[in-house]
Design a protein around this ligand. Sequence first.
Ligand code: AKG
Length: 334
Amino acid sequence: MAANRLRTIVGHLKGGNMATAIKVLEDPALFQTYGNPEPSFRFTVDSADSLLTTEERHFYEENGYIVIRNLVDHQDIDKYAKRFEDIAHRRVKVPGLVVMKDVAVKDKESSQFVVNKLQDLFLDDELFAYCRTPKILDFVSSFIGPNIMAVHTMLINKPPDSGSMTSRHPLHQDLHYFPFRPADRIVCSWTAMERVTRENGCLVAIPGSHRGALLEHDYPDWEGGVNKGYHGIKGASDVLDRRVFLEMEKGDTVFFHPILIHGSGANRSQGFRKAISCHYAASECEYIDVTGTSQENIAQEVIEIAQRRGIPITDFRDAWRFRAQIVRGDKVNL
Ligand SMILES: O=C(O)CCC(=O)C(=O)O
């Protein structure tokens, strides 16, 4: 029995030996971390549909993100890219779809080359098909459970940087934008639509930062300007040296926690770096009032933008209520 227990601990130590295992057994703090044969998971759930291996599950628990290689079919990605071009070149008009432009180039004549983001893909069946991809939802169920809402959807077309560095996305936590909880039952899926590298501005992330608190955000003080809504955490330079670069191939998908500190660098290539993403939340999540919290600044900004677009909301939660779409299981709260 004791020998079995030691062998289990050695297994958990991934490469540890019997002498270390005995130390773990004797030290309550070490035992808590390494000795429990059934470690309790906080950031993932047991799911019948789960495609996560145990190793991937542990990686996500520890780091707050996991890259799954070659998850989305290239043919599907090509369809999203074609649809993006049709919309950016105004061959197709999707009522209500938010079409955003890079701050450095937004005054130039319209083309796909100035559109840096489409938002609210649920308004377009062809793009929203990404959020319904069964393989993605199977993974998502491992993070948030079986009842899945698509709450925030984007296609990001990072343009070549004009030299102003405005194509950067400052380090931030996505929870800053969301008035619903619990955070652990929210996850983002972000799929590379082509090869993404340090050169063309891949995602960067601070591993393990999902275990921290939601920090204060505001517009960074960048000389060349900052894109609308691109808030960054205050004091980002303190964590910069811990960042990892998530270089990915077309179809690779990263799932990440909404408190994970992440962003992306400038696009120093001549091409456009495209990615498509969807934030999912368990439909059991509940809306919260962000009055008096660090989220008040973004709430105010979102309400003002909506009102300028003729959407008469006065409550931040309403900006999300109209977006949330059930994509699997039952609708509970959201
Ligand atoms: O795709 C990117 O460059 C960054 C996307 C991102 O972090 C976000 O929109 O929250």
